[in-house]
Design a protein around this ligand. Structure first.
Ligand SMILES: [Zn+2]
Length: 119
């Protein structure tokens, strides 16, 4: 498991799949902000209360100006690495893996058991 500081996401493999580089990567530490979801405004607004209720510290990037344009722009939901597994479980519990939100979660799972492909 590697963490790209530039893209703020976790990945497996030699280079970050987003920026194609490993220059800003290192092993993740507890407090590293991890981008777990990029969602349209309305979906993000459904996820945020879950995290809040679960006591998971999170913050959202990509607010834009409140109002104008906010509904069309993606919002990035960030959680500290130490909470990232918990956050994903909490989201999957509610929305399920086959939901649009479940599918938006990054594929790389730390210590995930082998998953059966649905189809
Ligand atoms: Zn990257």
């Amino acid at each position: 498991m590697m963490y790209c500081k530039k893209c703020q996401r976790l990945y497996e493999g030699a280079v970050c799949p987003l920026c194609g580089s490993a220059r800003r990567s290192s092993a993740p530490t507890e407090g590293d902000p991890v981008r777990i979801l990029s969602l349209p405004f309305f979906e993000a607004a459904m996820v945020e209360p879950l995290l809040e209720e679960a006591g998971i510290p999170y913050y959202v990037m990509g607010w834009g100006a409140a109002g104008l344009g906010a509904q069309s722009s993606l919002r990035d939901i960030m959680v500290p690495y130490g909470y990232h597994t918990q956050a994903k479980e909490c989201i999957l519990d509610v929305f399920g893996e086959d939901s649009e939100i479940g599918r938006a979660l990054p594929a790389c799972e730390p210590d995930a058991p082998g998953e059966d492909p649905a189809e």
